[in-house]
Design a protein around this ligand. Structure first.
Ligand SMILES: Cc1ncc(COP(=O)(O)O)c(C=O)c1O
Length: 422
């Protein structure tokens, strides 16, 4: 610590170590078990956690594609043929290929949009797309429960941003009125951003209602459909298709990290906007393009997603059994309208950790828990992600285990001060 002209100058590292962040402060107690757990073995419903097979409910492998034999073969063949290096460089400079363009064309056709741009990561792609689409004269209107990548994109925005309470269309309309007054002065335009399926609550964004507001206001709609792509709509084309408003989505974002069980992402829109993105999105201009095995793997996954509707049918069979079963067993699962299944319970942080520990160690069930500060103090959410490869027996076993754990929770059996030791 240095004293310079009466001011104490803190060392940056000392400062960081004093406040390790809302999650980082628990690192010592949680690392390796509650946070950064290691799931080993092939991706599926049974994986090894700490030396023992567990029933896994925490992976967004919605359609079960991660371990589909055709997918594994396509990934292996492409890796053998191209290696991970190819193509080198950013798309704009030296990293383009016919296969990248083929994937973009196939995605455009599937999404019923004119054109598509591939993104090498979903998160940074969203941040960068928002950054690229608006300037300081423009106003962003967005949902309060938007994913971190939207929030971070909005943070980069130099102009005004107005947030509306989650899915509150009346407030959204009020913010659009404010935004309209603002852009009348600045000469800018309005971008509304929401999600197709909200990844924590499983609720759908009110796309239909937002799109109806286009009758009153001039704005463009950007939808992050990370959880909806592949799971929602008749063909799996997402939440816009589900709500019958695909055309009203001006800019559609999907990731390969969930239903497609891979990595990478894409944005579909009209031709001129995608061309604008290609030539202006900093995360794509200044970063290496998607490696060829990921592109070839995505082509195979998209083919299966399109041609094997039974994958989505299986998913929804499990979703219905799980969500109906939980409700019948008296559990609160909020307002989910998608496969994402939150199970709400009440308890302290200590109770949450003991509960999760019991589920993992004594019932061999691995699911994620969401606790404070992500949700208010006293709320525990078990976040259960059903997939096409789960079985009805998995669902029944899990509901029964949750029921037993909830009885213990209510009886105060998890209330010990001591956090489960592992
Ligand atoms: C709503 C939403 N948007 C964007 C992302 C980021 O996607 P990716 O994992 O492809 O970076 C995620 C993933 O967690 C997400 O849930």
């Amino acid at each position: 610590m240095l004293l310079k002209s009466q001011h104490i100058i803190m060392d940056l590292f000392d400062k960081i170590l004093k406040n390790r962040g809302p999650l980082g402060q628990h690192a010592k107690d949680s690392h390796g078990y509650f946070t950064f757990p290691k799931l080993e073995g092939e991706i599926g419903t049974r994986m090894v956690f700490r030396g023992k097979k567990r029933l896994i409910w925490s992976l967004n492998n919605y359609l079960g594609l991660a371990n589909h034999p055709e997918v594994r073969k396509a990934d292996a063949d492409a890796s053998a043929k191209y290696g991970l290096a190819s193509p080198m460089g950013a798309r704009m400079m030296s990293g383009n290929s016919n296969e990248h363009e083929q994937l973009e064309n196939e995605l455009s056709a599937f999404m019923s949009k004119e054109d598509t741009i591939l993104l090498n990561y979903g998160y940074q792609g969203m941040v960068s797309a928002i950054d690229c689409l608006v300037d300081r004269h423009d106003v962003i209107v967005y949902d309060s429960e938007a994913h971190a990548c939207i929030i971070d994109g909005v943070r980069l925005h130099m102009g005004k941003r107005f947030v509306y309470p989650h899915n509150d269309i009346e407030s959204c309309e009020k913010q659009l009125e404010r935004a309209t007054r603002m852009v009348e002065e600045t000469g800018g335009a309005i971008l509304v951003i929401t999600e197709g399926v909200f990844g924590m609550s499983g609720e759908q964004g009110k796309l239909k209602e937002i799109i109806a507001l286009k009758n009153k206001f001039n704005f463009r709609l950007f939808v992050d459909d990370a959880h909806g792509f592949g799971t929602m709509g008749k063909t799996g084309a997402g939440t816009g298709e589900e709500q019958g408003v695909q055309d009203g989505i001006d800019i559609y974002f999907g990731t390969f990290a969930k239903s497609m069980a891979s990595i990478g992402a894409f944005i579909s829109s009209n031709e001129q906007i995608v061309e604008y993105l290609r030539y202006n999105m900093r995360s794509q201009i200044f970063a290496k393009s998607l490696p060829m095995p990921l592109v070839m793997g995505a082509l195979k996954r998209l083919e299966l997603l399109r041609t094997q509707p039974q994958l989505k049918d299986n998913l929804w069979k499990i979703v219905r059994a799980l969500q109906n079963g939980l409700k019948e067993a008296g559990f609160e699962i909020g307002k989910t309208q998608s496969p994402v299944t939150p199970v709400y319970m009440k308890g302290s942080l200590g109770e949450a950790t003991n509960l999760i520990y019991d589920l993992r160690e004594n019932f061999d069930i691995f699911c994620s828990a969401v606790i404070y500060p992500v949700v208010p103090k006293g709320v525990i959410i078990l976040r259960v992600i059903p997939t096409a490869v789960h079985t009805i027996a998995d669902v029944e076993y899990t509901i029964d285990a949750f029921r037993k754990a909830n009885v213990k929770l209510k009886a105060g059996e998890y209330a010990s001060e001591k956090i489960a030791s592992f």
